[in-house]
Design a protein around this ligand. Structure first.
Ligand SMILES: Cc1cc2nc3c(=O)[nH]c(=O)nc-3n(C[C@H](O)[C@H](O)[C@H](O)COP(=O)(O)OP(=O)(O)OC[C@H]3O[C@@H](n4cnc5c(N)ncnc54)[C@H](O)[C@@H]3O)c2cc1C
Length: 319
């Protein structure tokens, strides 16, 4: 059953087994019972309520990647425009180096210039607002971050109009309705994917996500731009890596899967697997596994991963 406009707010537990979730919506407070629960909330709200152990953000100090509101401008002459797609990419424009100009003319902690062409004529997506030091699981922080990022938009658009070729007449047409949160909880699972696993492009025996490929996209946790641990253009490992089944199976709780950016991984590994194509592949694998558990009356910890791999291979997913 598809249910939109609904917030999962509590786990229904029988000992260490999750048997459903309490939800809140316009219809009021309700309960949904389930044989298997998948927490794909990004923040792992239900896994946290169920009592799965987790840590926040970076292991050393709990700091988390910044939050941003993406927005779109129209009226861009894309033929004359420049489009830096990463922190380590820059362009020389008439006034100077575009990233240096951004740092000079846009108030901190914004200041980086990330612009993406869209399929719509003259419409460009801007990933340039930035709010640091917020906890995406705290509503007061989310409110503050939303205000901070919305206030940054006007100045960013003034910068684009004033300095960037092709953007002289650009204007705001839309912005995300929710603040985008990059990082919060990292749960402990039967397996934990690490930076080293990614650097070695490891093929795990219990792979369920394959050919995962991205860079260490760590936005600066304390300022603008890329964090010193981040590697975008300079990221050398071009081969895909796999994600093991155990990273989706949380410790301590039965009948629960993790999926998306909240799986079991380190802060550095998360900066790589948090991107949309990799998270989408996680959803495919975990969806298949959950359906098998429900059909066979078994638990994620007991399910034979070979059955999941067999089904994935039938669908063209190979290590
Ligand atoms: C500003 C920004 C820019 C990014 N740019 C890129 C990019 O260019 N390319 C890329 O590949 N990735 C990008 N990412 C990363 C990527 O978008 C996310 O990491 C990824 O979407 C995470 O997927 P997910 O399924 O874990 O969570 P989400 O896609 O966030 O999905 C979680 C869903 O659960 C809902 N939800 C949350 N809590 C609850 C609850 N308690 N009850 C019910 N529903 C709930 C949310 O509303 C949401 O719909 C960006 C992220 C941000 C924040």
């Amino acid at each position: 059953m598809l249910r939109l406009y609904t917030f999962a707010c509590e786990a229904i537990m029988e000992g260490n087994t999750i048997t459903g979730a309490i939800i809140e919506s316009k219809s009021g407070r309700e309960a949904i019972k389930a044989k298997i629960v998948i927490d794909a909330t990004g923040d792992g709200d239900i896994a946290a309520k169920a009592g799965v152990p987790y840590f926040m953000g970076r292991e050393s100090d709990g700091k988390m990647q910044p939050a941003s509101i993406m927005f779109k401008v129209a009226g861009v002459d894309v033929e004359r425009g420049v489009f830096p797609g990463g922190f380590e990419e820059t362009f020389q424009i008439p006034a100077g180096d575009i990233q240096e100009l951004g740092r000079e003319h846009i108030s901190k902690p914004a200041g980086h210039v990330l612009l993406y062409k869209t399929t719509l004529p003259g419409v460009v997506t801007c990933n340039m607002t930035n709010c640091i030091g917020i906890d995406g699981t705290n509503t007061d922080d989310l409110t503050e971050a939303t205000i901070v990022c919305r206030e940054q938009m006007d100045e960013i658009i003034e910068f684009l109009r004033g300095f960037v070729p092709g953007f002289e007449n650009c204007y705001l047409i839309s912005s995300a309705s929710l603040i985008g949160v990059r990082e919060t909880r990292h749960f402990k699972g039967e397996a934990t994917i690490t930076e080293q696993d990614i650097l070695e492009a490891r093929i795990f025996d219990d792979w369920v996500v394959t050919k995962a490929s991205f860079n260490f996209d760590v936005h600066n946790l304390t300022g603008d731009g890329l964090d010193e641990t981040g590697a975008q253009k300079e990221f050398k490992q071009k081969k895909g890596y796999t994600i093991p089944y155990g990273a989706f199976v949380p410790l301590k709780i039965d009948n629960l899967y993790l999926a998306g950016r909240n799986i079991s991984g380190t802060h550095m590994a998360h900066s790589n697997y948090r991107v949309m194509p990799i998270c989408a592949n996680m959803g495919q694998a975990v969806g298949i596994a959950a359906a098998m558990c429900a059909a066979c009356e078994t638990t994620p910890r007991q399910l034979d991963v070979k059955n999941v791999q067999k089904r994935l291979m039938e669908l063209g997913v190979n290590p």
